[in-house]
Ligand binder design. Structure first.
Ligand SMILES: [Mg+2]
Length: 371
């Protein structure tokens, strides 16, 4: 009987199937940073079904990630034990060897992995943070936007608005026209008072440009310089880290699709703060691994964008510094999901009254933006 019972329970906890959808949502204004411009954002949403529950995960990626989920990953994951998420993760990672693990394949795995963690939490009837194991009750946010396409008035209104809402840190884009950046940063500084100001060049600058701007920014109390040079230039990041004025941290890592990428960045001593993105680095499983690497290297971790998806895992990672409240993603998550936590005094707190990640897809709204 015990064996039969065990078999019956296990059958109820299988992943029955994955469904995937992609939505492309126009931005609310033209947006650009130091190296690209965009007017829409695509989100690829995966729903993992099993045991009468549905877990939801997503990635911000090209629509081709949806095809990869549908054609390659979904058939592999269907029928696997819904409680054995790391086994599903290993199965997916092994299967994309010849497709190319970094890039699109890793974003597709990310969406599935996050949906599977959510499904497991819902099957167990607990919030995702409870399944992962909480180390904190809430996570500090920083407001993030300040696009190079914004006028000074738009920039001041956005960053000043976050300051009024109790955010203590905010980040703006720089590097499109480096000659204008000191003026733009000064405008932002005047709009946010004593709050901490961060800048992100998205790899637009060369080493000497970045060093010169770091000195100008220090006069405006900039505390964080993200991707001052290309993230592929680890020696350049290290140079900036060693030579930037005291009190200015160097950060990078958003293009990390696997743990060896983060290890190389940390080994090179390239960053004061490592960034990682669970919608790119193979999901919550990969993101937890990035947290473990940060712990080993004694470097804080900062979550890159996608606040609703990162909230629960961020509360379960010891070396976590903060979570990026990215304008585009905060807007899209509110449009497409019920249950999105709202910032209070610049922090997000998981709703422990909701199972899983707490998110419910608003199907009718999502259908309006089907890609
Ligand atoms: Mg960035």
């Amino acid at each position: 009987m015990t064996g039969l019972l065990a078999t019956r329970v296990r059958r109820e906890l299988l992943v029955e199937r994955l469904d995937v959808a992609a939505c492309t949502i126009p931005t609310d204004a033209p947006e650009s940073d130091g190296t690209i411009e965009w007017d829409s954002t695509t989100i690829v949403i995966v729903e993992a079904r099993g045991g009468g529950e549905t877990g939801v995960g997503y990635t911000y990626a090209h629509v081709s990630a949806a095809a990869l989920v549908d054609e390659v990953l979904a058939p592999l994951v269907a029928g696997l034990d819904a409680t054995a998420v790391p086994r599903a993760w290993e199965t997916m990672v092994a299967a994309v060897r010849n497709i190319g693990r970094p890039g699109i394949a890793s974003t597709a795995i990310s969406a599935v992995d996050s949906a599977l963690w959510d499904l497991k939490a819902r099957l167990l009837g607990v919030p995702l943070v409870t399944l992962l194991g909480a180390v904190r009750e809430s996570v500090e946010l920083y407001g993030s936007g300040g696009f190079t396409s914004y006028s000074d008035e738009q920039l001041e209104r956005q960053l000043g608005g976050w300051a009024d809402d109790g955010f203590r840190r905010m980040k703006m884009k720089i590097g499109r026209e480096p000659g204008l950046d000191a003026g733009r940063v000064a405008a932002a500084r005047s709009a946010i008072g004593t709050a901490a100001l961060m800048v992100d060049a998205n790899g637009a600058l060369d080493r000497k440009q970045a060093l010169a701007l770091a000195e100008r920014f220090a006069e405006l109390d900039v505390v964080w310089f993200e991707e001052p040079v290309s993230s592929d230039d680890l020696a350049g990041l290290r140079l900036l880290r060693d030579r930037a004025p005291g009190g200015m941290e160097i950060a990078a890592g958003e293009y990390g699709y696997d743990l060896p990428y983060f290890r190389r960045m940390l080994e090179a001593g390239a960053v004061d703060v490592l960034q990682a993105d669970a919608t790119r680095c193979a999901g919550i499983t990969g993101f937890l691994g990035a947290g473990a690497l940060c712990e080993a290297y004694g470097i804080p971790l900062s979550a890159h964008t996608s606040p609703a998806l990162h909230l629960h895992p961020c509360c379960a990672i010891g070396p976590l510094r903060d979570l990026e409240y990215f304008h585009d993603h905060a807007r899209i998550e509110r449009m497409l999901f019920d249950g999105v936590a709202e910032p209070v005094a610049g922090a997000l707190t998981p709703d422990l009254g909701r199972p899983g990640n707490g998110l419910e897809l608003k199907r009718a709204d999502a259908a309006l933006y089907a890609a």
